[in-house]
Structure formats: C-alpha cells, structure tokens
Design a protein around this ligand. Structure first.
Ligand code: ATP
Length: 199
C-alpha cells in the first residue's frame, strides 16, 4: 500500500492541501484526528490522562479540556514527554491500521504535522512537505486563530525550521501563492503518486 506523508509547519496549509487531495478521491488519514480521538472518554488513554493530571484537566462536560492540556505541555517539558510517550506509539499504530484498511485505494495521504519530530518517517513511502515563508505562517495564524502576533511568533519559534523540513522532503508544495495554484500543484503530484503506486 503506497502512502504519502504530508507535513509542514503550523498554519502552512496542510489542511487546505489535504482537502484538495480528498477532492480527487484520495483517502486522507489525519494524525491530529487520531490524537484527539485517543483523548476522548472510552479510550484507555483518556483514563490514563485523567489519572495522571487529576480532575482539574476535565471540562464541565467530562471531556479532557484540550486547551488546559496544551497549556501544561507548552510550559512543562516533563509533562510533554510523558504525554507524547503514551500517545505517539498509539497514533503510529492507528495510522498504520488506517493505511492498511484503505488498501484498495491507489494510495493514501497521511497528514502528520510532526512527522520529523516524532520520527514517523517509516510509516510512509514518500514525504510531501508544504512550504511557505514564516511571515506568511504568522499572518495566517493570526487571521485564522484570532491570536496576537507575539503568541503566533512564539508558537512558530517552538517548531522545526521550514528549511529543515524541505531538506528531507521527496516533494515540496510551495504555498506562498493563491489557492488556485495549489490545485495545479496537487493535480501534478496526484498523477505522480498514482504512477509510483502502480509501479
Ligand atoms: P495547522 O498546522 O494549524 O493545523 P495547517 O497547516 O493545516 O494548520 P491550514 O489550516 O490549511 O494550515 O491553513 C492556515 C490558514 O491559512 C487557513 O485559514 C487557510 O484558509 C489559509 N490558507 C492556507 N493556504 C492558503 C493560500 N494558498 N491562500 C490563502 N489562504 C491560505
């Protein structure tokens, strides 16, 4: 089963691009969605997080308050390591299962925001990086999430440099332009991936 991992910095355009692949009929697996599912009631990992952080981590509806959890791991590297050690192997396994479950498709796209940081390279056959200038990421982040510039720059500073990602990519999508141009780039890559998958 041929799989393509899509990665890129925060607000670089991963969702926008994965939606374009989905429009072409490509199954899309999103590791963020899997990660969110693992924190929902009914999952063993939900109970482990509740036991570790206590009831203070829960919102009024009994669900894990993801904003609170984000704040904790943003400021405490030991807690971040604890959470990642628990979640990452499960995210890898569930992504792998989802790839196998889609084996009738030509290929699948797996959106992995932290592909290099989590060493998920072995999950996919090919790595597609979406690249755009950091200044544009900041602009898009402020506009989309209604946050101030200082926070946007702080979030960006905690991430891998865009150049570190593109240096390890098989393919790169340049997302400094308008969305129409993205469609052309995605269509060309789609054709290439179909050829590679059938080779
Ligand atoms: P995150 O890392 O936070 O999950 P992301 O990489 O999935 O973000 P998107 O949500 O796709 O990024 O894009 C970030 C914002 O920038 C969105 O509001 C999106 O509509 C906008 N955007 C992305 N690409 C373009 C483009 N080529 N032209 C105009 N706006 C764009």
């Amino acid at each position: 089963m041929f799989s393509v991992g899509l990665t890129g910095g925060i607000a670089s355009g991963k969702t926008t691009i994965s939606n374009l692949f989905a429009k072409l009929g490509v199954p899309v697996i999103d590791t963020d969605v899997i990660s969110r599912k693992l924190l929902q009631p009914g999952e063993l990992t939900y109970r482990q997080v509740c036991a570790h952080f206590g009831d203070a981590i829960l919102g009024a509806n009994g669900e894990i308050d993801r904003r609170k959890l984000r704040e904790i791991v943003f400021t405490d590297s030991a807690e971040k390591a604890w959470l990642e050690k628990m979640l990452h192997p499960l995210i890898y396994q569930r992504s792998h299962d989802a790839i196998v479950a889609n084996s009738r498709a030509d290929y699948v796209l797996v959106v992995i925001p932290l592909l290099f940081e989590t060493n998920f390279q072995s999950l996919v056959d090919r790595i597609l990086v979406v690249d755009c200038p950091a200044e544009q990421q900041v602009e898009r982040l402020i506009r989309r999430d209604q946050i101030d510039e200082t926070l946007a720059r702080k979030m960006l500073a905690r991430q891998l440099d865009n150049s570190a990602r593109t240096a390890r990519a098989h393919d790169i999508i340049d997302n400094r332009n308008e969305t129409a141009d993205l469609e052309t780039q995605v269509a060309a890559l789609h054709q290439r991936y179909q050829q590679l998958a059938s080779a």
